[in-house]
Design a protein around this ligand. Structure first.
Ligand SMILES: CC(C)(COP(=O)(O)OP(=O)(O)OC[C@H]1O[C@@H](n2cnc3c(N)ncnc32)[C@H](O)[C@@H]1OP(=O)(O)O)[C@@H](O)C(=O)NCCC(=O)NCCS
Length: 94
């Protein structure tokens, strides 16, 4: 975002407490839920949300990266969780 066009805040939703039962992990269920969530905020989006955000645990960073999420900052590089975001514009025109 060009600096002179930046806002102080952006409309976003935050994923909280996301988990797949350990008996069913690594079967594509997490991917399906994230895809469904993205689509919810693109089709008939009445919220105006532009981003999906998450405070991702270290063990789930790869999962979110594979789902198109990016790191917001490098300041939390050594923290237990890292703030990541998905820009819904990526799928709006698909
Ligand atoms: C993270 C979590 C939600 C992913 O759900 P899942 O159903 O196991 O994920 P999927 O089977 O859909 O995997 C999706 C992709 O992410 C990858 N992935 C999933 N968990 C991963 C992990 N721990 N490390 C590396 N890659 C991982 C898979 O290999 C897969 O890659 P692919 O699409 O190239 O095949 C689930 O593992 C979980 O509940 N973990 C414990 C709780 C947690 O950490 N939640 C996140 C809170 S921020």
């Amino acid at each position: 975002m060009p600096k002179n066009k930046r806002h102080k805040s952006y409309p976003a939703i935050k994923i909280g407490r996301f988990g797949v039962n350990s008996n069913f992990q690594a079967q594509g269920i997490g991917n399906m839920i994230v895809d469904y969530l993205k689509q919810l905020f693109v089709d008939n989006n009445r919220t105006g949300c532009k981003f999906i955000t998450v405070d991702a645990y270290r063990q789930s960073l790869q999962f979110y990266k594979r789902n198109g999420f990016e790191f917001l900052t490098i300041k939390d590089e050594n923290d237990d969780t890292r703030l990541m975001y998905f820009d819904l514009i990526k799928i709006v025109s698909q």
